[in-house]
Design a protein around this ligand. Structure first.
Ligand SMILES: Cc1cc2nc3c(=O)[nH]c(=O)nc-3n(C[C@H](O)[C@H](O)[C@H](O)COP(=O)(O)O)c2cc1C
Length: 200
């Protein structure tokens, strides 16, 4: 099962992240590519939510969202984000810190075109994080939108697309007996990752 795309992956902490996800998948962790992402707005107020990892490479981690959502506005104001993965069955955690940039529109277009039609419709009628009249009004709008595009390809809404999280710091945590947990810290300096160990 292809959870996410993997391209040009050779750097140790990113390989480690991919290995942890593949290992979690083997032991049936649900959505092992789900990650909690924290943003901080211009008033230094943090907020976090879960998104899905869509692709990984040495360049970083890509997820898709609504650029005008609460998180999108936070990222516009402050591109620094922090992500956490935790897999219950393997009891490992990976934290990633870095900044976000928008991916090429080509990637977003290609990815949007591969999404199920229902997801394309929901992305088209949803102004993520904005208040709506009621849930029923959203469903009505989705039905109306669907009937307008019966035999037509649905274009990617301009507000929807991918972000590339460019990691600068990655920490691996592994549960060990007697709480002597293993922590490995990778910090990127001048394109090289420096690895150190942290006390649990
Ligand atoms: C398992 C799971 C996966 C999700 N994946 C995404 C995603 O990939 N992109 C996204 O925009 N929201 C995703 N969401 C919804 C977000 O958690 C969040 O509700 C939404 O993005 C609005 O967040 P915001 O108002 O802070 O911008 C997911 C939620 C869950 C529980």
């Amino acid at each position: 099962m292809d959870l996410y795309l993997r391209e040009s992956l050779s750097e140790e902490p990113l390989l480690l992240l991919d290995e942890c996800i593949q290992e979690a998948l083997k032991v049936s962790v649900p959505l092992p590519h789900a990650m909690n992402i924290a943003t901080v707005n211009k008033n230094s107020k943090p907020s976090n939510r879960v998104v899905l990892l869509k692709s990984i490479s040495d360049k970083g981690l890509v997820f898709v969202t609504d650029y005008r959502s609460a998180k999108g506005i936070d990222i516009e104001e402050n591109p620094n984000v922090s992500v956490t993965f935790w897999w219950a069955q393997t009891n490992k955690q990976i934290r990633v810190e870095g900044d976000c940039i928008k991916v090429d529109t080509e990637f977003s277009d290609d990815y949007f075109s591969t999404r199920p039609r229902g997801s394309q419709i929901s992305a088209s009628v949803s102004n993520q994080s904005e208040e709506i009249l009621s849930y029923d009004s959203l469903v009505d709008e989705a039905e109306k939108f669907s009937s307008l595009y019966t035999d037509k390809a649905i274009p990617r809404p301009k507000r929807w697309g991918g972000y590339l999280l460019r990691p600068k710091k990655i920490e691996y945590w592994q549960d060990m007996p007697n709480r002597l947990h293993k922590r490995e810290l990778f910090i990127k300096k001048a394109k090289e990752w420096r690895k150190t160990y942290l006390s649990p």
